[in-house]
Design a protein around this ligand. Sequence first.
Ligand code: UTP
Length: 295
Amino acid sequence: MDLNVKYAVIPCAGRGTRFLPITKGVAKEMCPIIDRPTLDYIIEECIDSGITNIVLIVSKDKADIKKYYSIDEEFEKELERAGKIKERDLIRKIATKCHIDYVLQEELLGLGHAVLLSKEVVKDNNFIVCCGDDICTYEKGNPPVKQLIEGFKMSGGKCIVGGKKVPHADIVKYGAMDVKEAINDRLYSLKGIIEKPKLEEAPSDLASLGKWCFPAKIYDYLAKTPKGKGGEIQLTDAIALLNKDEDVYFYDFIGTRYDCGDKLGYLKAIVDIALTREDLKDRFKEYLKTLDLGE
Ligand code: UTP
């Protein structure tokens, strides 16, 4: 079996109701973390992990995403005429850094449905899925997506659910891993995943956090997954079906994950990333020191 992973599917079609009112007019994936859209951090993590083909699942009102990743010759010429060559190169680089395909999700039938639609591009290749609103920061050279791909290779090409241990009280918000066996300190085989468990029923504090690595056969399972919670096709249900036939694994990745579809998660990402930016961190720290944070 070919264990290379060159495709990443990023579902970006969701409504972003947790982030209203801005998501009425702007895709949440385009909301900026300083000077780049949230989505760009995800795409960069994929590229850093050796991904060459990105598939964006979009809805009809997400035209701004496509515009951002397209070449804009007129704007480039304008910058050139103004002698702003660095700026011209910057906007050119965005449009040329990887190959992007767009797939339209006309009806929002869930994350599983969005992933199933990517089959027309990904075909029989292995692929990563990253939620369009989850970003990670990580040590240079060790992006979580790359770690998941290593787990995928280690498992011989089985489905990998990416995530981390979360504080016990928080596990109720996530898919919780029911572990069968620890393969090493990062990789675990699974008995199953309990979606949003009651605190007393959570089998572990290992949470699914918006990243997966799949062999192409997951498409067969998605195609036969009935509509679940909220009338949507749930990715977790397809993984449970696959788990009946073969082992499925969890990879406990190293890195910090931010849920940018949530207002507080988004704010934390902006602050933490600003504190790592060479051009901003010193001045930003000085500013933070002047704040009276009260109690
Ligand atoms: P979320 O549930 O976090 O996104 O889905 P949402 O529906 O936009 O969020 P809220 O709850 O309304 O605020 C996880 C990811 O799956 C995508 C979303 O865009 C997000 O990146 N998604 C979800 C789709 O692409 N299509 C869908 O039908 C559902």
